[in-house]
Design a protein around this ligand. Structure first.
Ligand SMILES: [Zn+2]
Length: 263
């Protein structure tokens, strides 16, 4: 399995991806807003883009679809519920669908609502599993729910789906927000040494070279996976005067997301 992260260096700090079968060179372009750059990278690596995948319907993820389709003849894959919001879907995707690309690449799709209501993540099966997660899960953070999302659904996605994945799963989101997310982690949990060390690494990188985290690292550096942490809960009590004495995990998650919205 080849996962090539593409950094177009745009103002939204998008990441695009090429996921390819190493035997045949057939590749899926994920959210290829800067489609020309994706095409050039594919050519330079000897890859052929056969599919375009949109994780969700926001313009900074779908804006390159048409041109890349014309240039490559690739088939467009997106959430089956997104036909109204994403033009020209060739194949609607549902939870649990599996797509084989080339000889050895197998992609398993997860229906992961929250950032929007029709959001897909992809679990790419290889020696090391990889999660391509759009704007749902970020390195050290969680997506916002400002444009068509639902924070309760986002919580369910984190708890019921992401928490089931193995620690070695690598995390490949739709944007580079690592530094800012780690600063939020440390704002909530100043004693988090792992977050401090990862922040030092992030500060010595640019978007193109930003560290790729694993789910195991997320569990110790991402506030949205640390809902039982006493320091985080104590911080919420001082930020929200009416915060419950014994809050449930969903309440903690939703208040953290609310704080991050303002932060
Ligand atoms: Zn988005």
């Amino acid at each position: 399995m080849i996962i090539e992260r593409i950094w177009p260096n745009n103002k939204w700090r998008n990441f695009h991806y090429l996921i390819a079968c190493e035997d045949t060179g057939q590749a899926v372009a994920v959210d290829p807003l800067d489609w020309k750059y994706c095409l050039n990278v594919a050519k330079s690596l000897g890859l052929t883009i056969t599919h375009i995948l949109n994780t969700h319907e926001h313009l900074d993820h779908i804006g390159g679809n048409e041109e890349l389709r014309v240039a490559t003849g690739a088939r467009l894959l997106a959430h089956t519920g997104a036909r109204e919001t994403i033009k020209g879907i060739d194949q609607g995707i549902s939870h649990g669908d599996v797509l084989k690309i080339g000889r050895r690449l197998e992609l398993q799709f997860l229906d992961t609502p929250g950032h929007t209501r029709t959001h897909l993540c992809v679990l790419a099966h290889g020696d090391t599993p990889a999660l391509i997660c759009g704007d749902t899960l970020f390195n050290a953070g969680a997506g916002n729910c400002h444009n068509g999302g639902d924070v309760g659904l986002l919580y369910e996605t984190f708890v019921n789906q992401f928490s089931q994945l193995s620690d070695k799963t690598t995390i490949h989101p739709g944007h580079d927000y690592l530094e800012r997310n780690l600063a939020f982690t440390l704002n909530r949990e100043p004693d988090n040494v792992a977050a401090r060390l990862l922040l030092e690494r992030a500060q010595f990188s640019s978007g193109a070279t930003a560290p790729v985290t694993t789910l195991g690292e997320e569990r110790i550096t991402n506030t949205f996976f640390r809902l039982q942490n006493p320091q985080i809960i104590a911080g919420l009590r001082s930020s929200f005067p009416n915060f419950p004495e014994t809050p449930d995990a969903k309440t903690i998650f939703m208040h953290l997301r609310a704080l991050r919205n303002q932060w």
